[in-house]
Design a protein around this ligand. Sequence first.
Ligand SMILES: C[S@@+](CC[C@H](N)C(=O)[O-])C[C@H]1O[C@@H](n2cnc3c(N)ncnc32)[C@H](O)[C@@H]1O
Ligand code: SF4
Length: 449
Amino acid sequence: MSTSLIRKYNVQGPRYTSYPAVPHWTNELNVDTWTQSVQNAFKATNSEMGISLYIHLPFCESLCTYCGCNTRITVNHAVEEPYIQAVLAEWAMYLAQFDDKPQLAELHLGGGTPTFFSPKNLHRLLESIIGDCTLPEGYEFGFEGHPNNTSVEHLKVLRQLGFTRLSLGIQDFDPVVQKAINRMQSVEQVAHVVEEARLLGYDSINFDIIFGLPFQQESSIKQTLEETFKLRPDRIAFYGYAHVPWKHAGQRRYSEKDLPAGLIKRNLYELGKKMLLDEGYFEIGMDHFALPHDGLYKAAMNNTMHRNFMGYTSRRTQLMIGLGCSSISDSGDAFVQNKKVVEDYISAVSDGNIPFFKGHKLSTTEMVLRKTILEIMCHFKADLDWIDLDAKQSLDLLHEFIADGILELNGTHLQVLEQGKPFVRNICMALDPNVVDKATVSQQFSKIV
Ligand SMILES: C[S@@+](CC[C@H](N)C(=O)[O-])C[C@H]1O[C@@H](n2cnc3c(N)ncnc32)[C@H](O)[C@@H]1O
Ligand code: SF4
């Protein structure tokens, strides 16, 4: 890939798990508008496609310095009980909005580290929530597990509750990198979790791997992927390290000069991508690779893949409820995000309030743009028939992408070209009116490459 393209397009930008991106929400949404929107979405879509549920479980026993997630570091497991009570109480508030039994099409536990919670506590939390729902055919339940604390008991309990998907945080197997990110985990430990999960019937195992971590070299990526291939996870998320030290102080524990940057970082990606493709994985969306037997690959091929705050999913639901601190909910035409600090979240729920602190109601134009951005992120193509293609700004930007070999435009049909795939975020930014200065997006976001 050309150095000039990387230089030119390596600006900061949103990851578009939502449109508008969270920093661009107007925050004018009130509780009544939100609950009305949830009720409408439920009524219109529950019987046909069901709902999705995301539960944020924020605790981790130790801080991985690179981490950009919303976490609370503690070794005190007494925090589990009040948190579970709060999540159940928040769920009860949503249940009260529904005029029928929810069909739970998707359930995802994220964090933090869901496996911080004891198997017994996870069982209590989930048995109660799942018991309030019916399960449609092909429902998909998954969780994020840390290989160091995902026990056979966790795997068993969650499998019995219907979980078949497991996502393991791997990041890098190189001991030098692991030391710098304060995350020592052996290949043997990971292999053990994978083997036990497969024996229990988990049929989709994902590994998260990051390029661009401190001290990472091409040999680290090579070693990490070679070890990974021996375990043959069904999916691999190959993320670019997001360096946002102004938001996550842990990232200041190493020096920026130890981070592979610019072209060096890009080369790590290129090496990893080549190894993944040579091994039979397919690139199915931004940062995501899958083997052809995996449901997400099939969804990508059938054009049914969807993207939401949980990342890429193979089902499309209109209503996604996010429970727990910092979780985001999406009703199709509105978003809310819950309070981020554990105590603030618990306290709002104890007061009987839906614990959100910001939200956004989409305008008609935003709904159309949202659909376009979703198509580009999921299928690398979109129809721009809604855009005034004679408008100078749109045309100039699109022509620049065309000249750089990033996309093709046939009439109003946009197709991202192979070498343009790493720049899908740039294409979305070009169409996003909230990104006023397309060259220098503010420090709210991490860099694209
Ligand atoms: C909640 S963690 C996964 C579960 C568990 N806590 C663990 O670490 O194994 C979610 C994933 O986000 C990714 N992640 C976290 N911080 C990141 C960063 N700064 N840049 C890129 N990816 C990051 C990692 O790949 C991590 O596995
Ligand atoms: S990477 Fe996972 S385990 Fe590490 S601090 Fe972040 S959420 Fe916790």
